[in-house]
Design a protein around this ligand. Structure first.
Ligand code: EPZ
Length: 430
């Protein structure tokens, strides 16, 4: 079984290069099937979620060529089925982006319904509402969601909740619909904007992405493009908070500082120094951390995908902090593990009340989900003594070379597969 072994206590110091955004890469990969011409995508993160989506695309006849580790060439002129099989969707929810992309291009798609997820219930009613508004029929049976339209016609669509996934799926379905579609109460996340820019580079006519009203004028077809994915806001934010909890000094490079504003603001509030340049942000944690309150919100609010990371930092901050999770109801599953490392956190409904402690202590930890996993690694890096982390496959869904990047910053972490490797690690460290 693969595990991380970590010895805490070293401040993280140095520079780290941030990769392409996973949550932009997933819809962009799906949207690449919307033309028969060849699309080249650069800055593609090499993480499990994108690789599984690529496999799902290959299973329906899409030809994917890896030019190098972070560049793919995609040609979807030979798709032979519009049915995405069970196995793929179970591994990653984002396979459902192929629903919007295939419906938009072929007016038909069939995808297994995304299964449960361990951060809370994740309905897709707003995706369905959008498809129906464009004239598609949607049917759910035997665990499959089927959608089909004679033709797609533009409409005015109001989303009842701000949803990244629904905004993305409806945008893809509307790109080649007849007329002008408006999506109101749209999500404004950087990855929504990145997808719109990508589609526009293929000949789509999308305006307003990044605001809560997106206007899409249908075009007849899309064409080839060459496009580079934006840097990953959450990977960057994770390293920024890792600097804070380990009392370090880390510069995240290849980022868009504007996308990191809510994260930088909270780091300043808890006592870190922040230096911004055009494409880098430096976080210095020279003083003891102090408490604050935070509520997760859609962009430009504080991201739910950074909630466990800030909680780990607040767990080591002087005073009492309150963290309110307003997006997913079950995103405090890491709290029990953090408590085993010495944190003092009480969860009531969607609120965590955190009384700062002076230190964490190493423990053997089971990773509950992707972002919580990264946050628990951060806690282990700050903790006294050794920690082992199980179920690290969750972390690999969204972080490329996570242990290597941390090692380069001075962390004592290794990925191991056997007990003897753990012993070797301990001998090397002492
Ligand atoms: C995306 O999930 C991200 N995933 C998540 O990142 C992220 O946490 C989330 O957006 C919020 O920012 C990808 O981009 C692949 P939503 P998504 O639709 O699209 C409710 C990570 O760690 N809702 O914006 O599934 C929903 O229940 C992952 O990288 C409906 O009610 O999130 C939630 O409360 C985890 N009906 C809220 O909206 C719908 O039809 C926001 O969900 C759709 C959503």
């Amino acid at each position: 079984m693969e595990q991380y072994i970590i010895k805490g206590g070293n401040p993280l110091v140095g520079e780290v290069e941030i990769g392409g955004a996973k949550n932009a890469a997933l819809p962009i990969l799906a949207a690449a099937v919307m033309t028969d011409e060849t699309v080249i995508i650069e800055n593609m993160p090499d993480v499990r979620d994108t690789n599984v989506l690529i496999q799902a695309m290959e299973s329906i006849g899409v030809i994917v060529e890896r030019v190098d580790r972070h560049t793919v060439k995609i040609n979807a002129s030979q798709i032979h089925t519009l049915v995405i099989e069970d196995d793929f969707i179970k591994k990653i929810r984002a396979s459902y982006y192929l629903l919007g992309a295939l419906l938009g291009k072929y007016k038909r798609a069939e995808v297994s319904l995304p299964g449960g997820c361990n951060i809370g219930s994740r309905p897709i009613d707003q995706h369905i509402k959008g498809f129906k508004a464009l004239g598609a029929e949607v049917e759910i049976s035997h665990g499959l969601i089927r959608t089909e339209a004679k033709k797609l016609v533009a409409n005015h669509i109001y989303l009842d909740v701000v949803s990244v996934g629904a905004t993305i799926n409806v945008m893809m379905a509307a790109v080649m619909a007849e007329g002008k579609t408006t999506i109101e109460n749209a999500a404004k996340e950087p990855h929504v904007v990145d997808l719109a820019n990508f589609l526009n580079s293929m000949g789509a006519n999308i305006k307003g992405a990044g605001t809560d009203v997106i206007r899409i004028k249908g075009v007849e077809k899309l064409h080839k493009t060459e496009y580079a994915i934006i840097p990953d806001q959450i990977e960057a934010g994770t390293f920024m908070f890792a600097a804070a909890v380990t009392k370090g000094d880390v510069t995240v490079k290849n980022v868009i500082p504007k996308h990191l504003e809510s994260i930088s603001a909270k780091l300043l509030e808890i006592g870190c120094e922040i230096e911004e340049s055009d494409d880098a942000v430096r976080v210095v944690a020279a003083k003891p951390l102090t408490h604050t309150h935070v509520k997760t919100l859609p962009y430009p609010g504080f991201p739910t995908d950074m909630q466990p990371q800030i909680a780990v930092a607040l767990g080591l901050s002087q005073g009492t902090s309150i963290v309110t999770e307003s997006i997913f109801e079950n995103r405090f599953k890491y709290v029990d593990e953090l408590t085993r490392m010495g944190a003092n956190i009480k969860v009531e409904g969607n609120t965590a009340i955190i009384d700062g402690v002076p230190k964490y202590t190493g423990a053997s930890i089971t990773v509950p989900d992707l972002r919580a996993g990264a946050a628990l690694v951060m806690a282990a890096l700050a903790a006294e003594g050794y920690s082992t982390m199980d179920d690290i496959r969750y972390i690999e869904r969204g972080y490329e070379d996570f242990p290597q990047k941390l090692q380069n910053l001075g962390a004592q972490i290794a990925k191991v597969t056997a007990e003897k490797d753990i012993q070797k690690f301990k001998l090397k460290i002492v």
